[in-house]
Design a protein around this ligand. Structure first.
Ligand code: FAE
Length: 547
């Protein structure tokens, strides 16, 4: 039945697929320009959504990092793949001619099924920033779980659509705590390099960094870090640095220098649409159903799995329900999405063989934010690139890795802003509430205190040295710490516990977890390179041994 999927694709797609093949063959070290976005869009329009009753060899739930790696490598191994993605394709310009909304002007495209924005920075100079927006299947989900708001990307490309593109490989000495059951040698020799190449990771030109007006905020961050004796590091990214230089020169449409982040990036960021998914499309074996949400997975009597799917309209209403059959199912709905699905499917008897580890080991990568108020003689710049490139590494001494983050307001704020990743030891659990029919998370608000203490190990010292104070106007009235959220959900179907050491779920053969749910709560740095590298490692073994 894989031929079924393929024959539904119109023939006119082949020439476009060849074009993508041509551009994506240089993937890895090379940058794919904005033409890849239109190539992606063309391929998407040619791709047929899944029909009720279809049978597919491999069904991937979600199109973020784990899902994109699995789809590409399975397709390259000759397996036809269908990706089911609950968010939109993000291939069509809106009324302003752009696909994605600007961070400073959130609109209907910005939030997943909300009537009011829920911005991570809720206030500025004491004024609340949130505003009413039309309910729409927008790009950023601010999912309110117990005690924490979990921000996630929604759409073809998952978190790559909304994130800052910071592409950080953990220090090798920290890896044992990140993935204790994985051989570091194979990760650092093979899979991290493979992931970094395929994602198009690179580091800013240090000479340009020293002079670019848009990185004055980062240079101020470095100066303050170094004067207090903290190690300063450049943070690699998937942004096209040459494109950013052209933005600064005024020769191309602006993206990073137009404050684009959180709600999508129109030009310079190499999202998964331009990297893994473009390559996957080029194989001719991968199709995608956007605005389709998987609701159930249960064994089929004749083998394989019955997968229940809801088709959504852009208002979030269910317009159709479908059941398809898949020989193998790859859970790549993100840490929260995969965990919620698995916990519900186990509790309701759809997948009774899953073990008791499902739902456990969830963490928020110790995320905590703060701002500092600098002196008036220490401006951070009115123009700030939305792509961070600098960090303060105090992991070994104080348990915190802090990124010098932008505050791209367009005006001089005299503020330094930071996102810290900390060694928070707390882990939460997802569980099924039969009364409400919902999966709940038992994260406690007070569990952020260790993260705050670790972040203070950096910023109390810098404030003392510089004679500066914390900003209190960014997260509410007189609130210093952005401790109510995470951008980095991890865990819930932990490797070698809920699954075997390669992501095969215990209890049901042919079911796999390939996303951030595998990582037990903390990656010591921003997580997507580790998610990608782990997916590369696991899918290689699965293809070799199971297919
Ligand atoms: P993810 O990318 O979340 O993809 C899951 C996909 O599954 C999504 O597209 C969902 O819409 C879809 N989905 C969920 N449930 C269903 C369902 N039932 N049916 C069908 N589809 C479904 O998962 N990380 C970094 O390393 N560097 C950064 O600079 C960075 N910045 C970030 C900034 C923001 C604002 C946010 C929100 C995240 C950031 N992250 C960053 C985190 C990073 O994007 C995240 O760890 C990865 O995207 C997780 O990858 P997964 O493959 O696990």
């Amino acid at each position: 039945m894989s031929a079924d999927l393929q024959t539904r694709r119109p023939d006119r797609g082949s020439s476009r697929r060849q074009f993508i093949a041509g551009t994506s063959s240089i993937l890895g070290a090379a940058v794919i320009g904005s033409s890849a976005t239109s190539a992606w869009a063309a391929a998407q329009r040619d791709s047929a959504v899944i029909e009720p009753g279809a049978r597919v060899p491999a069904l991937v739930i979600g199109s973020g990092y784990g899902g994109s790696v699995a789809a590409l490598r399975l397709a390259q191994a000759g397996v036809d793949v269908h990706i089911v993605e609950m968010g939109m394709a993000w291939d069509t310009p809106g009324t302003d001619g752009k696909i994605f909304a600007n961070t400073t002007k959130p609109d209907y495209r910005s939030f997943w099924l909300r009537t009011r924005t829920k911005q991570p920075l809720s206030n500025f100079l004491g004024f609340p920033l949130d505003k009413d927006v039309p309910r729409y299947t927008g790009i950023l989900d601010a999912e309110e779980m117990g005690g924490i708001i979990v921000y996630q990307g929604r759409g073809v490309g998952g978190g790559s659509l909304v994130n800052g593109g910071m592409a950080v490989t953990p220090r090798r000495e920290n890896f044992g705590a990140v993935l204790p059951s994985v051989d570091p040698d194979e990760m650092y020799d093979v899979y991290y390099p493979r992931a970094n190449a395929a994602l198009g990771v690179s580091t800013i030109d240090p000479a340009w960094f020293e002079t670019a007006a848009c990185y004055q905020y980062a240079r101020v961050g470095r100066k303050h870090a170094e004067r207090s004796g903290f190690p300063f590091v450049f943070v690699p990214d998937v942004y096209d640095w040459d494109y950013m230089k052209q933005e600064a020169a005024g020769t191309v449409p602006k993206s990073a220098l137009a404050a684009e982040i959180l709600y999508g990036n129109n030009y310079g960021k190499k999202t998964l649409q331009k990297t893994y998914l473009a390559q996957a499309n080029a194989t001719g074996r991968v199709t995608v159903s956007p605005l389709h949400r998987v609701t159930t997975v249960t064994p089929a009597s004749a083998g394989g799995y019955l997968v229940g799917i809801e088709q959504l309209d852009t208002g979030g209403a269910v317009t159709a329900t479908k059941t398809v059959t898949a020989d193998r199912v790859f859970f790549a709905a993100g840490s929260v999405g995969t965990s919620k699905l698995l916990v519900r499917l186990k509790a309701t008897g759809a997948l009774p063989g899953l073990n008791g580890e499902v739902g456990k080991g969830w963490g928020e990568n110790g995320n905590v934010m703060c701002g500092r108020a600098n002196h008036l003689w220490d401006p951070t710049g009115a123009l700030q690139s939305s792509i961070p490139t600098a960090g303060i590494d105090n992991w070994a001494a104080g348990g915190a890795f802090a990124e010098v983050a932008p505050l791209p307001t367009g005006i001089e704020t005299f503020a330094s802003f930071y996102l810290s990743i900390t060694k928070n030891p707390h882990r939460a659990q997802f569980s099924w509430n039969a009364a409400t029919g919902k999966v709940e998370l038992n994260w406690q608000t007070s569990w952020k205190q260790p993260s705050i203490d670790m972040a203070k190990s950096i910023f109390d010292r810098i404030n003392a040295k510089e004679g500066t104070i914390y900003r209190t106007d960014l997260f509410g009235a007189y609130k210093i710490w952005g401790d109510h959220l995470t951008y980095h959900p991890l865990g819930g179907a932990v490797l070698d516990r809920a699954t075997d050491n390669y992501g095969r779920l215990h209890g049901h053969s042919g079911l796999y977890v390939v996303d951030g749910a595998l990582i037990p709560g903390n990656a010591s740095v921003n997580p997507f390179v580790t998610i990608t590298a782990l997916a590369e490692r696991n899918i290689e073994e699965i293809i070799a041994a199971d297919l």
